[in-house]
Design a protein around this ligand. Structure first.
Ligand code: KG4
Ligand code: ZN
Length: 332
């Protein structure tokens, strides 16, 4: 029996959670800063760090009280240390260090991407490696072959923008605000996905989303200059279709290349209802099992960090008090 506190502050959610043995969520508290950053049209790193400092103790205390356990009962303190905004990460890392030191508990470092993947284990206790996982978020787009819980190969990645980044930028061009993913997802429901043929570049199992983003910007400007009113729902649906079709095609092809018949989705973009439906359809057509976390566990949260932290903890992964935030991607 291991109670693990998971702390997540890599971007604009201040989050903490307690899980038992990495699969049972006893509490999962997320303080979302979205309302604050919406005013600026995107995440302002300095404000994110300050807000994390305001809220971090509150989310941890609430996670403990909702789980109905005292901090002395914790077996480990797990924290996201990479990748993310450095000032934001440092709040979680410093708090986790202080807690681990004061309580004399193991400090367990967690890679944020590893956390996103772990959200699947919480939702689907029957899921075990090997499987192929598409991780698509605001900062990453990777296809990983999960050979074991902590062992993987990278089969594909983006050459430029991450999928979520493209959603956010296109939403800004369409005047939908931040965060763009959910707004485009909603608007696209009333649009025609075949209205505009945006580019779908890929090379092998890799992606490139900067071209489709530029194509949308050019389309909007061209129509604007010609004095034609654009149908924003059609643009949203066509853009979403272009991005999702590449994500689905590459994930299925990558899974086939390693003879794997189980696929999973992870990361904020996995909350996209069109992507979920299309991936499910493609998996069925190819006789593959398909797993996806519930929408609430796709975007950043503490439970996924606690679960990944548990997997690291039982493998003996520990950090000492020199643990630092690492902003750039380092898949461990
Ligand atoms: O995983 P996440 O919460 O944070 C990062 O690690 O980056 O992902 C946030 C990203 C944002 O780019 C957001 O626009 C996107 O996930 N996202 C979505 C949806 N919900 C969130 N993208 C498409 N459709 C959605 N429903
Ligand atoms: Zn994330």
């Amino acid at each position: 029996m291991a109670y693990v506190l998971g702390i997540e502050t890599s971007c604009d959610e201040t989050a903490a959670s307690i899980t038992l043995n990495g699969r049972t969520v006893l509490s999962n508290i997320v303080y979302s800063q979205i309302d604050i950053h919406t005013i600026y049209g995107g995440v302002v790193p300095e404000i994110a760090s300050r807000k994390h400092i305001d809220k971090i103790i509150w989310v941890i205390d609430k996670a403990l009280s909702d789980a109905n356990i005292s901090k002395e009962k914790l077996d480990a303190v797990a924290v996201t240390y990479s990748p993310g905004l450095v000032g934001a990460l440092l709040v979680g890392v410093s708090t986790a260090k202080a807690l681990a030191y004061a309580l004399n508990k193991p400090l367990v470092p967690v890679n944020h991407i590893q956390g996103h993947i772990a959200a699947n284990y919480i939702a689907h206790p029957e899921l075990e490696p090997p499987f192929v996982c598409l991780v698509a978020s605001g900062g990453h787009s990777h296809i990983l072959h999960m050979k074991d819980y902590r062992e993987f190969d990278i089969l594909g990645c983006t050459h430029d923008d991450a999928a979520g980044e493209a959603f956010d930028k296109v939403a800004r061009v369409l005047g939908l605000g931040y965060p763009g993913g959910p707004k485009i997802n909603e608007l696209a429901k009333t649009g025609d996905k075949n209205a505009i043929n945006f580019p779908r570049p890929k090379s092998g199992f890799d992606f490139s989303f900067s071209g489709v983003k530029t194509a949308v910007i050019n389309y909007v400007h061209k129509e604007d200059q010609a004095g034609r009113e654009i149908n924003r729902a059609d643009v949203a649906a066509s853009f979403q279709e272009a991005v999702c079709s590449v994500l689905v095609e590459n994930t299925i092809a990558a899974a086939k290349s390693v003879n794997c018949s189980t696929i999973a989705l992870a990361g904020g973009v996995a909350a996209n209802t069109h992507l979920r439906a299309e991936m499910q359809k493609a998996a069925e057509q190819n006789n593959m099992r398909f797993f996806c976390p519930p929408i609430s566990l796709c975007t950043d949260n503490g439970a996924m960090i606690s679960c990944a932290g548990y997997l690291n903890y039982i493998s003996g992964v520990r950090a000492d008090l020199t643990l630092n935030a690492v902003p750039q991607l380092s898949l461990i």
